[in-house]
Design a protein around this ligand. Sequence first.
Ligand SMILES: [Cu+2]
Length: 308
Amino acid sequence: MKPNVILPAFVLSLTACSTEPLLGEQPANLLELEVQGLSFVGPDTIKSGWTTIRVNNTGGMTHHALVYRLPDGITAEMVDEQIVEPIQRILTAAIGGDTEKAAEIAATIPAWVGDLVWMGGPGMMSDGVTGEATMYLEPGNYILECYVKTDGVQHNYNPEPGEFGMMLPLTVVAEDGGMAEPDANVTLTLTNSGYEITDGAFRAGDNDVRVKFEEQRLYNNFVGHDAHVFRIDDDTDVDAAVRWPDFFPTEGQQTPAPARFVGGIHDMPQGATGYFKLDLEPGEYGITAEIPDAAKNGFFKRFSVDTD
Ligand SMILES: [Cu+2]
């Protein structure tokens, strides 16, 4: 861990596991969560295999929902105490200008942070947006988390001892949910040099986006590239929006977001494929990643959606 690295905290609250039969577009293995204050509310158990995680964000601000798998022997309490809480103290020290203290705290973060496996989850969603991502999840223990910052406090951090913030422990059980791999109208392929639309096209209305993580790498020893979509209106500060998901700077992911984020998917391992939904009005959009210097690293792509 680089001593000057500011790590995000993760917090989320989720709800809902259902195994209802397929009804039209209804996913068969769906975990549906609500945002209430700074928590995810909903079920905490889901069957394995293809799994849809939906977050209805009516919480009044931008959130997201990274899903990651815990290595054997690591509990949500350990993540909260040994990673989330120190990262908040690093952020607080950095905001106060005490980089020495921030570096001291960073040195205490356990090496097993590198064994957490980022497994997608709904990307940046502004207030009023429903985020939905579908991933293939093996049985195990996971956490779903939002680490957006508000007034210098990460949403996953809860100062109350023993209480989680936007951090929902999730159990993926051995029984397979039986859901088929989703279809998609557009495929976005991520390599180490950026985004490429390799099949189909974005369209007005509902989009099912396939994301192929053909290549993946770590930035600042911590995050991989991913995809977050925002709307570009005439008055949108595009540069600020492209930079916003980078959580390393103290102002990164600080609310309010400089643009309307309409969905996406968090990073997944090299070789993985994930899916997310977008509901797009005609207009201009950008895709950016939660990494340092996203544009310089190739991770900013504009696209237009025409009226059908
Ligand atoms: Cu949040």
